[in-house]
Write a new protein. Sequence first.
Length: 489
Amino acid sequence: MSRSREGYLWTKSGITTGLPTKAVISSTANIKPSYDVIIVGAGFTGLRAARELVRHYGLSVLIVEGRDRIGGRTWTAQAFGEDFEMGGTWVHWNQPHLYAELHRYNLHKNLKSSAGTIGAVKTYYKTAEGEVQEIDGPTQAEVIQAVAKEFFTIDGLSSYELMPYPHDPFREPAPWKKYDHLTVRQRLDQLDLPKLHKGYFESAVNTFGSAPSTDIGFVEALRWYALGGHNMAQVFELAGIYKLGKGGMTSFARSIFDDAKCDILLNTVISEIVQDFRSGVEVKSKDGRSLRAKAIVCTVPLNCLGDVKFSPPLSPLKVKAIEKGHINKGAKIHFKLAKTEPGWYASCDGYSTSSFSFAFSDHNGTSPSGPSGTYCIGFGYNDRLQDPRNSKHIIEEFKKDLRPDAEVEGYLTHDWMNDPLAKGLWSCWGNHSMTRYLQELQKPHGNVFFASADWADGWRGFVDGALESGLRTAQDVAKTLSANPGPRL
């Protein structure tokens, strides 16, 4: 199996860099000097856009990707004889773009679940005082939903009234716009509720972005809640229970890429996009390569867009949006625990005393003799776990914040926070963001079109949002180039 340069694996014998994955593919042998469309980025947004433009509109397409693999912030690695999702993971039939694509490739039959989210036998909670306690999970869930109902009802408006159309958020009435200035913490401070109840709810909402409530926007939390059917249990079902087996998310990405039948150039980081309205658009790479197209689809993540020079310059408002970026700069770490355990879920109260936000068991390991250990996933708070090679710190913090009794035999991770092609995990927005920047980020810049899960209308930050944005942008490009759809192949 091919091996990516990305990712880290730690065991008691040491740490290695790079992980085996089927996401690594070869570049097209003969790259042409010009195409109808060049797509910057081979994540799900770029892959969906490429397939639409080639298969539906008959355009010539080249994907240019800075990594040695496809999938962007989503890829499946192999370690310990198991598959691990290093980035985007969970899927659901209530995510419309994603589930339609899974059906297209018959992958919906490969769904499986994470043990600690579908039915946790044990629930742990780190209190504000720093003690990890075993608590009653159903009681905690009831408290979280009770707080949510009050939290998302403001000035007499229920969550249904605040954001009635979460996949079309600016459709009127859209009273949520009035509250975009609030953070989650500011809204919580307005409520007269027990400290413990606020702590339970806050620990749940902080998972939306591996970030503290002081950073997450109230409207961002409202969007998740509305997409989840205005119920916190449903939010977590849609966002954290079901995933793909039999090759995981990389099997999904490869299905779309194989279907697209486009050219691809890997290991090529784009540094500049130059637009000449008479002769098209030119992309320039860091290694000095130049390619031309009639139009560009730029899927560079929001936190990395500032690293690309645009000529002519982007609008001042788009520049401000890029400068602000999104707030999720946490960590996702898969741990191998020595003991075979039933499903469990753990969360923390208090960003000030915790490096981890939450964790849960994913599955038990297997061996010829039967179950062998437990694999769990931990999510670190922003900037708290900055060095994935510092195993001593990571394991100490995992035990302190989540599972004091656990014996860690190994872990693997992708350093998304310090990854120059990501600079963070999935998109999560702060306050003063959605009203100001969402529509601007979606606007084209001449014949340069911007597409990303980071500024999707619906499931922003999810693969569903990536697919939504890829489709919409492909349609916009085809319209601009006056490409007529042919019969679907």
